[in-house]
Design a protein around this ligand. Sequence first.
Ligand code: ADP
Length: 414
Amino acid sequence: MILTINCGSSSLKYQLHAPDLSHVIASGLIARIGEPEGTTDHWVGHRGEHHRRAIPDHRAAFALMMENLTNPEYDVIECPGAITAIGHRAVHGGAIFFGSVLVDDAVMAALRACATFAPLHNPCNIIGIEEAQRMFPGVPNVVVFDTAFHQTIPERAHAYALPYELTQKHGIRRYGFHGTSCRYVSRSAAELLNRPLDSLSMVVCHLGNGVTLDAVKGGQSIDTSIGFGTFGGVPMGTRSGDFDPAIIFHLVREAGLSLTEIEDICYTKSGLLGLSGLSNDMREVMAAADAGNDRCQLAIDVFVYQIRKTIGAYAAAMGGIDALVFTAGIGENSARVRAMICEDLGFLGISIDARANAIARGGHPNISAAGARVATLVVPTDEERMIAIDTAALTAAASARQPGQDLAFALAAQ
Ligand code: ADP
């Protein structure tokens, strides 16, 4: 069985996959770590349970996951020995990791070095790996990076026009995020279209609380909307998206705000929440807009406009597109947002069928209008499955390894 672990800044998500990856045996979400009251959800098939209790830190969360997985009532695993490999999500692999890797001491050291780019996330990812090594001695660990898929972006698209020496010295460039989701979804889209991935140019719209638009050409990311940190690109639930950096200097000089306050505003008080003044949740913003709240309508309009603009930019970057793919919470569930985004994009070959859009889910992913040049698809993302796939592939390759063969970057080409 393969266990996948996603240690976020205040949560731990886990999934236990069958050895052939045919299904998920058990899964869980331990949330609000470090708060006075944490929550634990654990599911085995359709059976689930929910608890509330304080979870002081990620090590305690890991112990809780172990308790859930070995709970005899659920008969999931009798002992930790049943787990053959563990896959971990890591947020930032800097410019070092361009594929998933088997964990060794050098990988851990590099992961620690990359923590400077993701101070809230990488340290939690590292704790998850350390605990896995402690609880499952001898079991291989694989780490899958959100940034790795975007390492194929050419320099003209990842370089910022700042003094070159300065950016080189400090590792400043476009890194991008949600790469695991974009990789999974672009592969799935090619399968659904029954066309080779390397023949397709597509724009993936990962529209969740976090938002990434990704230009994927021939299966490789060639540009992506989130940049150096995690708040650039298109507005998100609470994150600003791109804005003129002159605003930061203006806020320091004229509003007397500190850099820490501005950083907090950009990450936690902007996006849909900042514009609407009400919520970061698209469903609430839409309901309020429908009830006549103008700021909520503005939040939706800004969100949709920036996405449309970016789709146009990526179509230009790739010389036209074959597919437009929607995924994540808003992308998968909101026919209305999809319709607003696709409106009047006929000049790019994008045209959707209103009825297909209204019922799009799982079995009916293609929402294109008859005769549309571009296939518009709704494809559920599954980052955990992508992590499990990489973990299975790398551990199988490791067991077939010849002495002296270096597997550290075995998946680099994917
Ligand atoms: P995360 O980035 O936290 O994984 P999700 O991918 O779960 O986020 O997406 C969360 C977003 O999806 C929220 O803004 C939520 O309102 C939105 N969402 C979920 N279902 C719908 C729906 N039916 N209509 C509009 N938005 C939806």
